[in-house]
Ligand binder design. Structure first.
Ligand SMILES: C[S@@+](CC[C@H](N)C(=O)[O-])C[C@H]1O[C@@H](n2cnc3c(N)ncnc32)[C@H](O)[C@@H]1O
Length: 198
């Protein structure tokens, strides 16, 4: 009920949240791997964070740079009964990832990372995220095909082409990463990329 309200409210206001089929895939993986510690890049209003916490027994750290969205997510997670299992960090994800990488506590710590933040920075986050992921942990990235532009660059405007080109480089690096196995490009909706850390 809570989730449906948050979804409708986000959609009405044009706040980007995970789409329906991608949400199903995210839920399948969270249920399958039942992570203890989740890291999410890109909280928005907490819709996917609530969905993940509802499907496992673990906790989550989720990062959002927009303070109004982070405040709304904090309220939504609390209302959904997840206050004690969720930490919402309001900051730039690149800054936070660098800090976590420098903190021994978080190296090889997360069982599940959901990457759903700034698409142009996915490549720049990849190495850090792999370091934060535990062996056997899941890295799932959303929006990697970016409205089909990654496959059809000629249809993108100049600005979107820059993002699509960066995402293409991210996909290449992700699929060939020596520390990632079972890599899969899931061609539904905006596209997802899945891998497990060796
Ligand atoms: C697609 S939305 C996240 C949706 C959310 N995961 C869900 O499905 O409910 C991406 C979010 O990333 C946030 N974002 C963009 N750039 C960021 C950055 N550099 N650091 C942290 N958050 C960022 C945006 O404000 C936006 O809320």
């Amino acid at each position: 009920m809570e989730e449906l309200y948050i979804k409708d409210s986000a959609n009405t206001r044009g706040v980007p949240i995970i789409r329906e089929q991608s949400h199903k895939i995210l839920m399948q993986y969270v249920k399958k791997y039942n992570p203890k510690h989740i890291l999410e890049i890109g909280t928005a209003v907490g819709y996917s964070a609530i969905a993940m916490l509802s499907s496992c027994s673990g906790d989550i750290i989720t990062i959002e740079h927009n303070s109004a969205l982070a405040a709304e997510a904090t309220q939504n997670l609390s209302d959904a009964g997840f206050k004690s299992r969720a930490e919402i960090i309001c900051d730039d994800c690149m800054v936070q990832i660098a800090q976590m990488v420098a903190d021994d506590k978080y190296n090889n710590y997360f069982d599940f990372i959901f990457l759903d933040g700034p698409k142009a920075q996915y490549l720049g986050m990849l190495e850090g995220l792999v370091m934060l992921l535990k062996s056997g942990g899941v890295l799932l990235a959303d929006n990697v095909l970016f409205r089909g532009y990654v496959k059809n660059l000629s249809t993108a405007t100049k600005r979107y082409k820059t993002i699509a080109l960066r995402l293409k480089k991210f996909i290449d690096a992700f699929m060939s990463h020596t520390d990632l196995i079972g890599t899969e490009l899931i061609d539904i909706e905006d596209g997802m990329a899945f891998a497990i850390k060796k």
